[in-house]
Ligand binder design. Structure first.
Ligand code: NCD
Ligand code: ZN
Length: 335
């Protein structure tokens, strides 16, 4: 039987939530990943050292003894230098949301006034704290990410020493930025390597494929595949796995977020094998992230095997992407 081994997989964009949901989903990520960048969009957002330490402790209590490192992030505000210095050892990045653009982002940034942000972003540059960005404007839904490119340019040129990560990119426009600015990097989800808008609303509406940013056009999918499959050194896997209870997805007013954490590595194997690029998967799911963030996860070895795996209808109260569908790769062992 064909197998494929991955070492220290990392999920560089993950929503673990809190309370019962955290207890349900954290063990699923901890099983197959060595670590994950944990998003701060709780209600209220994680925005102080105390909140961050308490949240980290709740995450550690929710995962089994298996080794799993939650790389913690703060919710972006115009923090002062002294505060950033005091938290720099405890955080891996800061996540910036435009106000109101996605789930639990109401307290985000409402105007990208560079002078207002300068103290924070200069301090982050000096302290080597990367800035993760949800890059969407409030424009027409299919154009929001492309419209945000001018803001990325402003940030990249004003703060050349700041590592800026374009989170969950979905467009050719964002892919093209990677080779234009040295300090721009990106995460890519597994669902954006599989879906276009057709898979969300082209036939019957598919709530479990609905997320922000929304999946785009076939040419965007091709651009994402080209950098992911070739493990472009500035791209990393970040699932953006965003669990919502079933009744919040299958309802009038569907919450944005696709749940993929427990099936991400299997789907990635399938995609990379399909394009004859399995040898590049290790860089995409771990090595690139280790170099970009300068992190060194503890050893974990995941062996996947090529056999039919039917994706469960539900993990606790959460319906994953492709629920009930058969795929070609399964996890064989974890050490
Ligand atoms: C995320 C969530 O539910 O927290 N939703 C999503 O559609 N991706 C928030 C986010 O990352 O935008
Ligand atoms: Zn997210």
């Amino acid at each position: 039987m064909q197998t494929h081994t991955l070492l220290m997989p990392l999920d560089m964009h993950l929503h673990l939530r809190d309370g019962v949901m955290l207890e349900n989903v954290a063990p699923l990520s901890a099983y197959s990943f060595s670590g994950a960048i944990v998003m701060p969009n709780l209600v209220p957002p994680v925005a102080s050292l105390q909140d961050l330490q308490d949240y980290r402790a709740r995450i550690m209590a929710a995962v089994p003894n298996d080794y799993f490192e939650p790389y913690m992030t703060l919710f972006y505000k115009n923090y002062n230098r002294a505060f950033l210095q005091s938290v720099s050892d405890e955080i891996t990045a800061i996540k910036l949301y435009p106000a109101g653009i996605t789930t639990n982002s109401e307290g985000g940034v409402s105007s990208f006034d560079i002078e207002e942000m300068r103290e924070t972003l200069d301090a982050m540059s000096e302290l080597e704290i990367p800035l993760c960005v949800h890059g969407e404007t409030d424009g027409f839904v299919m154009d929001r990410e492309a419209e945000f490119m001018s803001i990325y340019e402003l940030l990249a040129t004003n703060f050349p020493k700041l590592k800026i990560i374009m989170e969950h990119i979905t467009t050719k426009a964002a892919v093209d930025m990677l080779d234009k600015y040295e300090n721009l990097y990106a995460t890519i989800t597994v669902h954006h390597l599989l879906l276009t808008l057709d898979d969300v609303v082209g036939g019957m509406m598919m709530p479990h494929n609905f997320c922000k940013p929304i999946a785009k056009r076939p040419e965007d999918l091709d651009a994402l595949l080209s950098v992911a499959l070739n493990a472009h050194p500035k791209v990393m896997f970040g699932s953006d796995s965003a669990p919502h209870p079933q009744d919040k997805k299958e309802s009038c007013g569907c919450a944005a977020g696709v749940f993929t954490a427990p099936i991400a590595l299997q789907l990635l194997c399938e995609i990379f094998e399909q394009y004859g690029k399995l040898d590049n998967l290790q860089a995409f799911v771990s090595d690139n992230a280790q170099s970009i963030y300068g992190i060194c996860p503890e050893f974990k070895e995941i062996v996947l095997e090529k056999r039919t795996f039917v994706i469960p209808e539900k993990y606790a109260s959460v319906v994953p992407m492709y629920a009930g569908q058969a795929i070609n790769w399964a996890i064989k062992s974890v050490e």
